[in-house]
Write a protein that binds this ligand. Sequence first.
Ligand code: ZN
Ligand code: ZN
Length: 273
Amino acid sequence: MRITFWGVRGSIPTPGRDTAEIGGNTSCVEVRAGKLAIILDGGTGLRLLGQKLLKEMPVTAHIFFSHVHWDHIQGFPFFAPAFVPGNTIHLYGGNDVSRTLEDTLKGQMDYPSFPVALGQLGAHMTFRDMREGQVVTLDDGEGHELTVRTTRGNHPNGVWVYRIDHRGKSVVYATDTEHYAVVDPKLVHISHKSDVLIYDSQYTPEEYKTKLGWGHSTFEEGVKIARDAQVKKFVLYHHDPNQSDAMVRDKERRSKEVFENSLAAYEGLIIEP
Ligand SMILES: [Zn+2]
Ligand SMILES: [Zn+2]
């Protein structure tokens, strides 16, 4: 399994000198396993991943959306492989919002917000709205199975947390989720003994004090899950747009003090568990 980070920022893209090292693109992570290309979220990082995939045509990709807030879907209209006939894109997601995943993705491309409608894209696309606890099983093309499990996180309008397992390796993608007084038993359960936990570490514990109920968390709370679930590597993700490179590095340093195998996600980071 090979995990590549294409966008690690939360809420809104943050280009600029102070964020160049960590990167300013929003949520997008690529997981390659066997011949499978799994994509977690379609934030602006998806555009760059699309450029890379153009060299591997015909592309078959499985995009799992945690939810449909802007910072998780905004790269999709710029995902070049979706424009090319012969490619196949499977899209998974949806949640408690009023529309299906397909309707939401269609909505962001509606006239006059975007010149090309979803239905005009050349690739073959399938849409699948997920249910809590659902397991998606995919053939890796090399004689093994990959599974994607789901559970709900805690976020306005809902969010899916995903766990991917392949040949004894696993990664949990838990972005845009807020902690409460008790460590979330669902997140501990789905993270159990995973190799990598990618977790919403948008705020420092100090910043969080003024952001209660905004649907985001801290490295301090994520580490509690990592410990309880015996996770091997903890990855701070979905950095706040107001955080400079130095501030993200400081979060990482503080996280390492309480959980040694901590790492702040940055654009271009590759993890091979
Ligand atoms: Zn977000
Ligand atoms: Zn969100």
